[in-house]
Design a protein around this ligand. Structure first.
Ligand SMILES: Cc1ncc(C[n+]2csc(CCOP(=O)(O)OP(=O)(O)O)c2C)c(N)n1
Length: 285
C-alpha cells in the first residue's frame, strides 16, 4: 500500500470515529434539550464532519477571520448536531451548551450567528440559506477573495421557491466557489418528500439551472472526501450541487428512515439504547 493510500485510510478512520462521537453528543444534547429535531440532525453528521474536520478553511481561534470559508446550515433546525461539531472543532467549550433551550441561552432549537461563535448565518426559517450563500459568493468576487461558500440544505427545504431563484442566479453568474449540499434523507417533518411535494428529479433540476451535480452516499466518508476534493475552486465556472443520499435518524435503529423522529423526546431507556447504537456497541432493536 502506498503512503498516501495509508494516510487516506487513516483519515477515513479518524473521520468515522469523529462521526460516531458527534452522533453520541447529539443524542446527549437532545436529551438535555428536552426534545429536539433528532432525525435531520443525525442524517447530516457525516457531511458536517468531513467539512469541519477536513475541508473548510477555518480557524476556531479566530471565528471572524475574514478569509475563512463560509458555511451556512440552511436547515437551521439541525442545531443539535451542528453545535457539537462547532464545539468539538474548538469554537467554544461544550459547557456553553449546558443551558441549551433555556430562556436567555445562546443555544436553542435554531442557530443564532450573533450568539454562537463559528455560525455564519442565523437560520431556522427554511429557504434562506442558498440566497444568502449566492450573495456571499458574489461579494467574494467583488472583493477578489478566494473564499469558498458551502450551503447545506434539507430535501423538503427544496420546496421553497427562494432556493430556485438562488439556484438560477448561481448558474447564471457562474459562482464556481459555491457548493450546495442537499441532505437527501427522503423525509420532511410530516412524511415522504415525494408524496408531499415531489422534488425529484433533483439532479436534472440543478443541472438545468447550470450546476455541476454529483449524487453520492452521504454516509460514505470516502465518497464525501472525493466529492469535496473535486470541487473546482475557481470563480467563473459552474457552481456545484452535491445530492447526498442519507438516512433520516442515521445510527439509531428506531429513528431511522421515517418522519416519526423528525422531532421528539427520548425516554431515559431509549436514550441509553440510542447511545449504545451510535457508539457501535449494539444494533439490536
Ligand atoms: C419556511 C419554513 N416553513 C416551515 C418550517 C417548519 N419546518 C421545520 S423543519 C421542517 C421539515 C424540513 O424537512 P427537511 O428540509 O427535509 O429537513 P430534514 O429532514 O433534514 O430535517 C419544517 C417544515 C420552517 N422551519 N420554515
Amino acid at each position: 500500500m502506498t503512503a498516501s493510500a495509508q494516510r487516506s485510510d487513516e483519515l477515513v478512520r479518524t473521520l468515522e470515529a469523529r462521526a460516531r462521537e458527534i452522533r453520541e453528543k447529539t443524542i446527549r444534547l437532545g436529551v438535555q434539550s428536552g426534545s429536539t429535531h433528532f432525525g435531520g440532525s443525525l442524517s447530516m453528521v457525516d457531511i458536517l464532519v468531513v467539512l469541519y474536520f477536513h475541508v473548510l478553511r477555518i480557524d476556531p481561534q479566530r471565528p471572524a477571520w475574514e478569509d475563512r470559508d463560509r458555511f451556512i446550515l440552511s436547515k437551521g433546525h439541525g442545531a443539535t448536531s451542528y453545535c457539537p461539531v462547532l464545539s468539538t472543532a474548538g469554537f467554544f467549550p461544550a459547557s456553553k451548551m449546558d443551558d441549551i433551550n433555556h430562556l436567555g441561552s445562546a443555544f436553542g432549537m435554531h442557530i443564532d450567528m450573533r450568539k454562537i461563535p463559528g455560525v455564519d448565518m442565523s437560520t431556522g426559517s427554511l429557504g434562506h440559506g442558498l440566497p444568502v450563500a449566492v450573495g456571499m459568493a458574489l461579494a467574494d468576487r467583488v472583493q477578489k477573495k478566494d473564499r469558498r461558500v458551502f450551503c447545506l440544505m434539507g430535501d423538503a427545504e427544496q420546496n421553497e421557491g427562494s432556493i430556485w431563484e438562488a439556484a438560477q442566479a448561481a448558474g447564471h453568474f457562474k459562482l464556481g466557489r459555491l457548493c450546495a449540499i442537499v441532505d437527501r434523507n427522503r423525509y420532511s417533518s410530516e412524511g415522504d418528500t415525494e408524496e408531499i411535494l415531489a422534488i425529484e428529479p433533483l439532479h436534472e433540476k440543478y443541472a438545468a439551472f447550470g450546476w455541476n451535480v454529483r449524487r453520492l452516499d452521504g454516509h460514505s466518508i470516502p465518497a464525501l472526501l472525493d466529492a469535496f476534493a473535486a470541487l473546482p475552486g475557481d470563480d467563473h465556472t459552474k457552481p456545484t450541487a452535491i445530492i447526498a443520499d442519507t438516512v433520516k435518524g442515521k445510527g439509531v435503529s428506531f429513528m431511522e428512515a421515517g418522519a416519526t423522529w423528525h422531532y421528539g423526546a427520548l425516554s431515559e431507556e431509549d436514550a441509553t439504547r440510542a447511545i449504545a447504537e451510535v457508539r457501535g456497541e449494539t444494533t439490536s432493536r
